[in-house]
Design a protein around this ligand. Sequence first.
Ligand code: ADP
Ligand code: MG
Length: 376
Amino acid sequence: MSKFTPILPGKTIGLLGGGQLGRMLAMEGKRMGYRVVCLDPTPESPCGQVCDEQIIGSFEDLDSARKLAEQSDVLIYETENINAQVVAELEKEHWVPQSSQILSYFQDRREEKTRLHEAGFPVVPHRIAEKAEEIPAFIEEIGCPCILKTAFGGYDGKGQWVIRQKEQWEKIREELKAGPWVLEKRVELTTELSVIVARTPDGRKRSFPAAENIHQHQILRASIVPPRIDPTIVAEAQDIAERITEHFQVVGLLAVEFFLVGKTLYVNEMAPRPHNSGHYTWEACYTSQFEQLIRAVCGLPLGPVDLSFPVVMINILGEDYEGLEKLIPHLPEEVKIHIYGKKEMAWRRKVGHLTIKTDKPEQVLSLLEEKLGWDS
Ligand code: ADP
Ligand code: MG
C-alpha cells in the first residue's frame, strides 16, 4: 500500500500490541468502519476483546507478526517494547508508517537523549553507561540525587533507581540486570507537562492541547487540562514538541513529556504512539488521539483538536479498583469510566481511567485522596 493512497473504511488496521492503547485505537477504528486485527500474546487481551480478531503470539516473533501483516492494509505499533528488527522486516513489504527507525530511536533511552541533545533540544544532565562499572564515576560527576534508568523496556518507573547518596550504589548494583543505562540528574520538578503531536506522511502536523501531569511513584496518576501554569510556558512546550516531531519526521503520533523546573523546560522522554496523558482527548477534544493516529496513517485529513471543556483524567491502578468499584454507582454524573478489561487487577498496573469534566481540578484530586486513600 503506497503512503499516498488513502486507506478507507472497510480496509484492515493491524495492531502490534493488544493493551489498552490498542483497545482504544480499535474502538475508534471500528467506529470509523475499519476492520481491526491485533497481535498479542495474552488471549482476550484488552484489545482482543473489542477488535475483529486477535492473533495470539508474541510481537517479538516474526512469523506471528507476518500473520498479522498479511491481512493488514496498515500496521500500527501501540507499544515501543517490540523488536525493531521485526518491524524492519515487516516494512520491507507492508505499510508501517510509524517506521522501525523511529521505534529504534525511541525505545532506547540512550538514542533518545543523545539525538535530542545533539539537535539542540533541552535535556537534563546525563551520562550513558554501557557497563555497570562505569556508573560510580558518573554518580560523582552528575551528583546526587540522580536516577539510573535502564535504556530499554522501562515503563511506569520500572527499571529506575533513585540514588540519593552515593553509598546506595552497592545495594543497587546487586539489583541490576543487563545494561545499558542512562544516569540522569534528578531535578526539583515544578510540574510536568506533555504534548502529543500528530503528523501525516506528507508532513501535515497538529498538536493536542498540553496536559499537566501528576506522578506518584513514577507512575502517571492524573492529567489536568489546561495546565495550571503560565500559558507562555505551555506555548513553548507546544512549540518544542512540534519541532521535535518535525526534526525526527515522525509519522503518526509523538508524545513528548516535559519537566518544568522553575521556568525552564526540559524534554524528559518521548513515545511514538498514543499516550496515557492524552486519554482525556477521548471526551474533551473533537478528535481523540486514537482517531487522529488512524487519520494520520490512513491518509485522511487531521481532525480538529480544540478542547471542548476543562478536564481531569485519573488513572485507576490495580490496587484502586476494589475501592472504586463500590463508588461507581455514586460517582458524580460528569465522570466517564474506562475499564480496560484486564484479567488481573495487578498492583501498580493501569487497569482503567476516569475522565472528569471539571474546572476545579483541586477538588477532584482531594476527593480522590479522601475516597481512594491517595498518598499525594
Ligand atoms: P517512564 O518510562 O517510567 O515513564 P520516566 O523517565 O518518564 O519513565 O520517569 C517517570 C517519572 O519519574 C517522571 O514522569 C517523573 O515524575 C519522575 N522522574 C523521572 N526522571 C526524573 C528526573 N530526572 N528528575 C525528577 N523526576 C524524574
Ligand atoms: Mg514517562
